[in-house]
Design a protein around this ligand. Structure first.
Ligand SMILES: [Zn+2]
Length: 159
Protein backbone atom coordinates (compact mmCIF):
# COMPACT_ATOMS: atom_id res chain seq x y z
CA UNK A 1 0.00 0.00 0.00
CA UNK A 2 1.12 3.51 -0.53
CA UNK A 3 0.60 5.37 2.71
CA UNK A 4 3.38 7.89 2.29
CA UNK A 5 3.28 11.41 0.98
CA UNK A 6 5.65 10.50 -1.85
CA UNK A 7 4.52 10.35 -5.44
CA UNK A 8 2.26 7.38 -5.98
CA UNK A 9 3.31 4.70 -8.46
CA UNK A 10 0.21 5.27 -10.59
CA UNK A 11 1.69 8.68 -11.47
CA UNK A 12 4.68 7.10 -13.22
CA UNK A 13 4.77 6.03 -16.87
CA UNK A 14 3.83 2.48 -17.80
CA UNK A 15 6.62 0.02 -18.52
CA UNK A 16 6.22 -1.38 -22.00
CA UNK A 17 9.31 -3.61 -22.20
CA UNK A 18 9.15 -5.67 -19.02
CA UNK A 19 11.79 -8.35 -18.49
CA UNK A 20 10.06 -11.70 -19.17
CA UNK A 21 11.77 -13.09 -16.05
CA UNK A 22 9.95 -10.48 -13.95
CA UNK A 23 6.64 -11.29 -15.64
CA UNK A 24 7.26 -14.96 -14.84
CA UNK A 25 8.04 -14.00 -11.22
CA UNK A 26 4.56 -12.45 -10.93
CA UNK A 27 2.97 -15.63 -12.31
CA UNK A 28 5.09 -17.73 -9.93
CA UNK A 29 3.98 -15.62 -6.97
CA UNK A 30 0.32 -16.12 -7.95
CA UNK A 31 0.87 -19.88 -8.22
CA UNK A 32 2.64 -19.97 -4.86
CA UNK A 33 -0.11 -17.89 -3.24
CA UNK A 34 -2.74 -20.33 -4.52
CA UNK A 35 -0.68 -23.28 -3.26
CA UNK A 36 -0.67 -21.92 0.28
CA UNK A 37 -4.37 -21.14 0.20
CA UNK A 38 -4.71 -17.46 -0.61
CA UNK A 39 -8.04 -16.74 -2.32
CA UNK A 40 -7.69 -14.00 -4.93
CA UNK A 41 -10.41 -12.17 -6.83
CA UNK A 42 -10.40 -13.16 -10.51
CA UNK A 43 -10.42 -9.66 -11.91
CA UNK A 44 -7.56 -7.72 -10.32
CA UNK A 45 -4.91 -6.31 -12.64
CA UNK A 46 -1.16 -5.83 -12.44
CA UNK A 47 0.29 -2.77 -14.16
CA UNK A 48 4.03 -2.36 -14.66
CA UNK A 49 5.51 1.07 -14.16
CA UNK A 50 8.87 2.70 -14.80
CA UNK A 51 9.65 4.32 -11.45
CA UNK A 52 13.35 3.90 -10.66
CA UNK A 53 14.15 5.35 -7.26
CA UNK A 54 10.54 5.59 -6.11
CA UNK A 55 10.20 4.87 -2.38
CA UNK A 56 7.81 1.95 -2.91
CA UNK A 57 8.49 -1.20 -4.90
CA UNK A 58 4.81 -1.78 -5.52
CA UNK A 59 1.41 -0.50 -4.44
CA UNK A 60 -1.99 -2.10 -4.31
CA UNK A 61 -4.79 0.36 -4.97
CA UNK A 62 -8.35 -0.48 -3.98
CA UNK A 63 -11.35 1.53 -5.16
CA UNK A 64 -14.76 1.03 -3.59
CA UNK A 65 -13.54 -2.21 -1.96
CA UNK A 66 -13.79 -3.86 -5.36
CA UNK A 67 -11.53 -2.57 -8.12
CA UNK A 68 -8.03 -3.71 -7.35
CA UNK A 69 -4.86 -2.78 -9.17
CA UNK A 70 -1.28 -3.69 -8.31
CA UNK A 71 1.28 -1.18 -9.59
CA UNK A 72 4.64 -2.95 -9.86
CA UNK A 73 8.01 -1.41 -10.66
CA UNK A 74 9.80 -3.07 -13.56
CA UNK A 75 13.31 -2.77 -12.08
CA UNK A 76 13.19 -5.12 -9.09
CA UNK A 77 14.67 -8.21 -10.74
CA UNK A 78 12.96 -11.62 -10.62
CA UNK A 79 13.60 -12.32 -6.93
CA UNK A 80 12.57 -8.86 -5.77
CA UNK A 81 9.48 -8.99 -7.98
CA UNK A 82 8.53 -12.40 -6.57
CA UNK A 83 8.77 -11.35 -2.92
CA UNK A 84 7.09 -8.02 -3.54
CA UNK A 85 4.23 -9.65 -5.43
CA UNK A 86 3.61 -12.12 -2.60
CA UNK A 87 3.22 -9.15 -0.26
CA UNK A 88 0.88 -7.31 -2.65
CA UNK A 89 -1.21 -10.44 -3.23
CA UNK A 90 -2.23 -10.50 0.42
CA UNK A 91 -3.39 -6.89 -0.02
CA UNK A 92 -5.34 -7.98 -3.10
CA UNK A 93 -6.97 -10.78 -1.12
CA UNK A 94 -7.77 -8.25 1.62
CA UNK A 95 -9.31 -5.70 -0.74
CA UNK A 96 -12.72 -5.84 0.90
CA UNK A 97 -11.36 -5.27 4.43
CA UNK A 98 -8.64 -2.73 3.65
CA UNK A 99 -10.96 0.29 3.81
CA UNK A 100 -11.98 -0.75 7.33
CA UNK A 101 -8.57 -1.83 8.63
CA UNK A 102 -5.54 -0.04 10.02
CA UNK A 103 -2.37 0.23 7.97
CA UNK A 104 -0.47 -1.74 10.59
CA UNK A 105 -2.98 -4.58 10.42
CA UNK A 106 -2.93 -4.92 6.63
CA UNK A 107 0.87 -4.66 6.52
CA UNK A 108 1.18 -7.24 9.29
CA UNK A 109 -1.04 -9.59 7.32
CA UNK A 110 0.96 -9.05 4.11
CA UNK A 111 4.31 -9.66 5.80
CA UNK A 112 3.01 -12.71 7.64
CA UNK A 113 1.87 -14.07 4.31
CA UNK A 114 5.29 -13.55 2.71
CA UNK A 115 6.91 -15.43 5.59
CA UNK A 116 4.37 -18.24 5.28
CA UNK A 117 4.67 -18.47 1.50
CA UNK A 118 8.46 -18.47 1.58
CA UNK A 119 8.89 -20.89 4.46
CA UNK A 120 11.53 -23.39 3.41
CA UNK A 121 12.98 -20.96 0.90
CA UNK A 122 16.68 -20.36 1.70
CA UNK A 123 16.33 -16.73 0.67
CA UNK A 124 13.81 -16.20 3.42
CA UNK A 125 15.93 -14.71 6.15
CA UNK A 126 14.84 -11.91 8.40
CA UNK A 127 17.62 -9.73 6.97
CA UNK A 128 16.26 -10.26 3.47
CA UNK A 129 12.76 -9.39 4.60
CA UNK A 130 13.89 -6.32 6.51
CA UNK A 131 15.86 -5.02 3.55
CA UNK A 132 12.90 -5.69 1.27
CA UNK A 133 10.61 -3.76 3.60
CA UNK A 134 13.06 -0.91 3.82
CA UNK A 135 13.08 -0.70 0.05
CA UNK A 136 9.29 -0.69 0.02
CA UNK A 137 9.38 2.15 2.51
CA UNK A 138 7.36 0.24 5.06
CA UNK A 139 9.82 -0.94 7.68
CA UNK A 140 8.10 -0.59 11.03
CA UNK A 141 8.00 -2.18 14.47
CA UNK A 142 5.38 -4.65 13.24
CA UNK A 143 8.10 -6.74 11.59
CA UNK A 144 9.34 -8.67 14.64
CA UNK A 145 5.86 -9.93 15.48
CA UNK A 146 5.22 -10.85 11.86
CA UNK A 147 8.41 -12.90 11.99
CA UNK A 148 7.81 -14.39 15.41
CA UNK A 149 8.70 -17.86 14.18
CA UNK A 150 12.13 -16.68 13.13
CA UNK A 151 12.75 -14.91 16.42
CA UNK A 152 11.84 -18.06 18.32
CA UNK A 153 15.04 -19.68 17.04
CA UNK A 154 17.04 -17.52 19.40
CA UNK A 155 18.42 -19.05 22.57
CA UNK A 156 16.15 -18.39 25.55
CA UNK A 157 17.13 -15.45 27.77
CA UNK A 158 19.62 -16.25 30.49
CA UNK A 159 21.59 -18.77 28.47
ZN1 LIG B 1 2.09 -3.44 1.89
Amino acid sequence: MNMTTARSLNEYPPALDVDPACEEAVRAAKRRAAEVGLVLPPDFVTLWVKAPGAPNHAETHVSNSRYVCVFMRDDLGPRGTYETMLHELQHVADASIIPHSSRDEVERRAEAFVVRAMRGDPVNTIDARRSALRREGQLSPIVPSANAGIHSRRAPPGH
